[in-house]
Design a protein around this ligand. Structure first.
Ligand SMILES: C[S@@+](CC[C@H](N)C(=O)[O-])C[C@H]1O[C@@H](n2cnc3c(N)ncnc32)[C@H](O)[C@@H]1O
Length: 225
């Protein structure tokens, strides 16, 4: 009844973790920045289609590398221009400027892999995971960055909402993390099963309902005393 938990495989880096993605598939990246990791996906996975989503807002945008080090800041419109220039000869690359929610315009069961690295808030990550899950094929890979810090490689730890969001998503959708890419900022890889969704969705709703009931009862008890 519960999804079979296996010990997650640890790859040294997210670049190595890309070996999980079948070549010549359809891949998307949410949160592109300068397109460095998009370029790696292109070189490693040889996708027939690589779809890139980034907000590239007018103001400054900052990002570090896979370890969360060497932060850089650029203007959003400069980043967009440089990414368009970088991939202008790659006919397999499609670029979408704007919120990652645009991925909902793609059909269900479309992508073989999606890498989530855009809005790092709890709400933003959850939204990207849920939308991406729908667009992934059964057996496809839902990956993302900044799950947690790897203390073997860095002492920088960011207070993102990523880990809580990913764990909550896994519980709600009956999925589990299959692999980690152990850079300084750890990446995760979930192999989407799409089998347990209804059952776990119901369990999740029951859990939320019970939590609310419990909170209300505790408040009543506190008032009483
Ligand atoms: C950490 S950077 C991405 C780094 C890139 N994945 C890499 O590894 O080279 C995050 C990017 O997400 C973009 N972003 C933030 N919120 C977004 C949203 N709601 N939709 C799309 N992109 C978003 C930012 O503009 C920024 O370029």
């Amino acid at each position: 009844m519960f999804p079979k938990m296996q010990k997650a495989i640890k790859y040294k880096t997210r670049s190595q973790m890309l070996s999980l993605i079948p070549t010549c598939g359809k891949v998307a990246e949410i949160g592109v920045f300068r397109g460095d990791f998009s370029h790696e996906i292109l070189q490693t996975c040889h996708p027939t289609e690589l779809v890139l989503f980034d907000l590239w807002p007018d103001g400054p945008v900052d990002s570090g590398d896979a370890d969360g080090k060497n932060p850089q800041v650029f203007g959003g419109s400069d980043l967009e221009k440089s990414v368009r220039l970088r991939f202008e000869r790659s006919s397999h690359v499609r670029i979408f400027k704007g919120c990652s929610s645009q991925i909902r315009e793609f059909p269900a069961d479309y992508f073989d892999a999606i890498y989530v690295d855009g809005d790092h808030s709890h709400k933003g990550v959850k939204r990207d995971l849920v939308n991406s899950w729908r667009c992934l094929k059964h057996g496809g890979w839902l990956m993302g960055h900044d799950y947690e810090a790897n203390s073997d490689k860095t002492n920088i730890s960011y207070d993102f909402g990523v880990k809580d969001s990913v764990d909550e998503f896994c519980w709600q959708f009956g999925e589990f993390i299959h692999a980690f890419g152990m850079d300084g900022q750890v990446s995760y890889a979930i192999q989407v099963t799409k089998k347990n969704r209804l059952y776990y969705g119901r369990l999740y709703r029951i859990q939320i309902h019970l939590q609310r009931l419990l909170k209300r009862s505790l408040r009543k008890i506190q008032r009483f005393f």
